[in-house]
Ligand binder design. Sequence first.
Ligand SMILES: N[C@@H](CCC(=O)N[C@@H](CS)C(=O)NCC(=O)O)C(=O)O
Length: 233
Amino acid sequence: MDNPEYTVYLYPSPNSLKVIIALEELNLRYQTVVVDLAEGQQLAPAFAALNPNRKVPVLTAGDLTLFESAAILEYLATTHDQLMGQTVQHHWQIKSWLYWHAAAFGPMAGQAHHFRCFAPEHVPYAVRRYSDEMNRLYGILEEQLAGREWVCDTYSIVDIGLWPWVRHHDWQGQSLINFPSVQRWADAMAARPAAIHAVERYPIQLIAPHKYGVLLNQTAASLKASSTEEEIN
Ligand SMILES: N[C@@H](CCC(=O)N[C@@H](CS)C(=O)NCC(=O)O)C(=O)O
């Protein structure tokens, strides 16, 4: 593609999917670079220069480099003046829910996935803790969606941020039978062309258990060592 406005560094995972859905909804031109997390490409100095936290997604737009999926969603919505409400009050309501998604729903879902599906040892306390917390959060989302088409009334980046996690509610130990408004909303999200495109183009890619090491054994010292190693080579 000639001179796309945006480059997305991604791995087919919920956080990366959000960015693709937003770009598609906004009808923007972008290119993608897959960062192979299983091979530890996120730890390479060239990637650490884009995101000091060494995780995907990252978005670049000219001289600007952004990390954290919620910041990227907010940037795209604000820059293109869409998906972020029309009034000041609505805008801040959307921000509250965006932060809720980034600080509560997403991280707790990630921990639930980890302890329920991927942890090398079974830890009943952690499974219960994160499954219960997800159940509580689905209850909050259900209350919010009852009588509303979208989380903040009109379609927004909050819907885009939440849906890639809700798609995997079973990994979080939840059934949407208990959350009928969430089910109705998730079906509506799944039917949007932007979401259809994103999941077809980037189907979730699970990392093979024998490759978990690179994800699970990161410490400050190991990150430092990986940057030094790559610099020498
Ligand atoms: N809060 C971050 C989370 C990003 C994140 O956890 N990305 C994962 C993939 S979904 C990752 O890059 N993991 C690589 C690693 O942990 O080494 C966001 O919303 O962008």
